[in-house]
Design a protein around this ligand. Structure first.
Ligand code: SAM
Length: 427
């Protein structure tokens, strides 16, 4: 979501006449777009913010802007008091305050006609930053902002605000515009992306949106993340199975493999319901890959409860598991009411056990690709190798001198590991 927000901001800044620089030392404007989902992310943002102070001291005209969840939709006066060298703050997904601040500065130097022209440009479509035009293969499109689910551990609802879907026509227009600018793959984003449209007056659905996006000329692949198990309808799964450009890859977090922990997290489903969903996905979308998220060391998680999670992951054999150690986040229900009583060393131990298990599972699943021919969309080239992904989101490297950027080509896989594969082009 932050990558998408940053790209939109970069697009708007370019419309105002700014250009990217390689180092912060050369910048007139520095924007730090922040995440606070775990304490480690927040610490990183604070560290980076502190490191910018000398630049501001050296150049008082430099504009330093803080954006994202460190500010949140309700603002954060403590942060502004602690870091007085920050000139302007913007909430997540909202470049408005920074653009207004810069606009006012520019307006002092420009005529009214130039200012009006600029405002008209800023209200328009998402024009990719110049260095990405014709080069960006895969782009994100936020379709649901905020979240209203309120899992007990999660800070996102309080930072990104209540759930609201972007208007249907706006999403379609953005996808069409990105396709015209050379983008081949779009990923639709939302904290609970499968709830898309339920809050819109005309009651749209993600499945309906996928049908319309699938018709856009130039787009080769469509993905979406992250889904909540309770909102994955049969209609949505059938759309994924049926539509040629929608990739058979589902990101659907379980978070824990024990019903009592799931309840304490207020996730709203049981382990059996999740198991049934995984079986249904595999049934309706043959060959689908599935990724999940798991938090270890939630308050009160016992050895036995952790073992349930371990056994479930072992049983379900997901393609990918994004693992996290529980981190109490200020203001959340779990931070206020539940004791963070699993010691840090134990959280790490559980994390490592799952990591090791998943490494084996991913290696085993990927090994099935050995000798197979798969379709790969190439995204970047670095150190003599092209990097791309299969429709099932497997990372593939191919050594080749041709310009393969943005091409979808058949590749024969001749090496597989848990995190990536290597292959050769089928000419
Ligand atoms: N909205 C999605 C969902 O949970 O259904 C995922 C979005 S969240 C940005 C990404 C992941 O961060 C979550 O799935 C969860 O595993 C992890 N996460 C969120 N809050 C956390 C916390 N307090 N401690 C540790 N991990 C956390």
């Amino acid at each position: 979501m932050n990558v998408a927000d940053s790209r939109r901001l970069a697009s708007e800044l370019e419309k105002m006449g700014y250009e990217p620089t390689i180092t912060p030392n050369d910048a007139d404007v520095i924007v730090l777009n922040t995440c606070v989902v775990r304490q480690s992310a927040e610490n990183k943002a604070i560290g980076r913010l502190s490191s910018l102070r000398p630049l501001k001291t050296k150049n008082p005209d430099l504009v330093i802007s803080l954006m994202g969840c460190l500010i949140g939709v309700r603002g954060n006066s403590r942060i502004q008091e602690r870091f007085p060298w920050v000139d302007v703050v913007s909430p997540p997904s909202d470049p408005g305050p920074l653009l207004q601040y810069l606009g006012e500065r520019l307006a002092r130097e420009k005529s009214q006609a130039q200012t009006d022209q600029l405002n008209a440009l800023l209200d328009g479509e998402l024009v990719l930053p110049r260095e990405e035009q014709g080069r960006l293969v895969s782009a994100y499109i936020p379709i649901v902002y905020g979240c209203s689910h309120a899992c007990t551990y999660c800070i996102i609802p309080s930072k990104r605000g209540i759930e609201h879907s972007r208007p249907y026509a706006e999403v379609l227009a953005e996808a069409q515009s990105l396709a015209r600018q050379g983008v081949k793959e779009i990923t639709l984003l939302g904290q609970i992306v499968d709830r898309y449209g339920l809050d819109l007056p005309e009651k749209r659905t993600l499945a309906g949106l996928l049908y319309d996006l699938d018709k856009i000329d130039g787009l080769k692949r469509i993905r979406f993340l992250t889904s909540h198990p309770n909102w994955m309808t049969n209609t949505l799964l059938d759309a994924v199975a049926k539509l040629p450009r929608v990739c058979p890859h589902i990101e659907v977090p379980i978070q824990a493999g024990d019903d009592a922990v799931l309840e304490a997290m207020r996730r709203g489903y049981t382990v059996q319901a999740y198991r049934d969903l995984v079986n249904k996905i595999r049934d309706r979308i043959p060959g689908a890959s599935i990724a999940t998220d798991i938090i270890v060391g939630f308050p009160g998680e016992t050895d036995e409860q952790f073992q349930e999670t371990y056994d479930l992951l072992n049983e379900l054999r997901m393609d990918v598991a994004h693992l996290a150690r529980y981190s109490p986040r200020e203001g959340t229900y779990s931070a206020r009411k539940l004791e963070d009583n699993v010691p840090a060393a134990e959280k790490m131990h559980r994390f490592r056990l799952l990591e090791e298990l998943q490494e084996g599972i991913s290696a085993e699943i990927n090994a099935r690709y050995q000798g197979q021919t798969v379709s790969v969309l190439f995204e970047t080239f670095s150190r003599g190798r092209w990097r791309g992904r299969t429709p099932t989101n497997k990372l593939v490297f191919v050594e080749n001198d041709q310009d393969l950027l943005g091409q979808e080509r058949d590749v024969q896989i001749n090496w597989t590991g848990p995190w990536s594969m290597i292959g050769t082009l089928v000419e």
